[in-house]
Structures are given as structure tokens and as C-alpha cells.
Design a protein around this ligand. Structure first.
Ligand SMILES: [Zn+2]
Ligand SMILES: [Zn+2]
Length: 137
């Protein structure tokens, strides 16, 4: 059990100014929150507070466990009518994305252009996937 951990040198002083790091993190968080709050708030106003998958109901008390999922997985696609949003609890949301990643994994050899698009960025792969499974949830 006792490895030679004690022999390892202590981690050196962080070369980055912690204050700067903090500022950066703060700014990133605020930006993210603003963006999140925008569509999340709208979606919560439009759609019922129910997980679209497991049917769990939410109230103000546990609302933070309800997330807004983008049906087409494009976070920049936020139509005001809410057609791209779906309410999912954090667990179902996790599952939703986990499943997708499984599907995206190039485990089998696809003939044709597909193999090519797999080397492209994620969005191309997502688009491919969505095109191939229209309406699939
Ligand atoms: Zn759920
Ligand atoms: Zn999502």
C-alpha cells in the first residue's frame, strides 16, 4: 500500500497568478450564467416543469435539478417559441448526452462519406447522426 509518494517533490508554486485565475474564472462563470439564464428562463416560462423523460415534476425548491436540453444539441439554436428546448432532470440529461456519445463513437466501419465526416468536428458528426435518426429520442 505504501508507495514512494513521500519521496515525490512537493508541487512547485503555481506559475499563474491566482488572482488572475480567479478573475478569469469569475468572468467565464458570469458569461456562462448570463447565457444559461437567458434561454433557461425562457424555456421555464414556456414549458411545464416536468422532465420530458422520467416525468418527474419540479417546483421552485428543486428547480435547479431541472435542466434545459437542446433537442438538436446546438446551444446557439434558441428559437423564442422554445421548439428546440426540452426539460430534462439532471440525470436524464446526463443519460441523453451519454447515449449520444456512445452513438458517436466510431466503433464500426461506416462505408462512404460517413467515415470522412467522423474526422470532422463534432457538429458535423452530430448533424450526421441527427439526419440518420430523425425523430429518434
Ligand atoms: Zn428525468
Ligand atoms: Zn443537453
Amino acid at each position: 500500500m505504501t508507495r514512494d509518494r513521500s519521496k515525490l517533490p512537493k508541487t512547485q508554486k503555481d506559475p499563474l497568478d491566482p488572482k488572475e485565475l480567479e478573475l478569469f474564472a469569475e468572468r467565464a462563470r458570469r458569461l456562462n450564467e448570463e447565457r444559461m439564464a437567458g434561454y433557461r428562463e425562457q424555456s421555464l416560462r414556456i414549458h411545464p416543469w416536468v422532465c420530458a423523460r422520467c416525468g418527474r415534476h419540479f417546483t421552485l425548491k428543486n428547480l435547479r435539478e431541472l435542466t434545459v436540453h437542446h433537442k438538436d444539441h446546438n446551444h446557439n439554436n434558441n428559437p423564442p417559441d422554445g421548439s428546440n428546448w426540452e426539460h430534462l432532470c439532471i440525470y436524464c440529461h446526463d443519460a441523453e448526452h451519454g447515449r449520444l456519445e456512445d452513438d458517436l463513437a466510431p466503433s464500426r466501419d461506416d462505408p462512404g462519406d460517413r467515415t470522412q465526416s467522423l474526422t470532422h468536428n463534432t457538429f458535423d458528426r452530430l448533424k450526421d447522426l441527427l439526419d440518420g435518426k430523425k425523430g429518434g429520442k
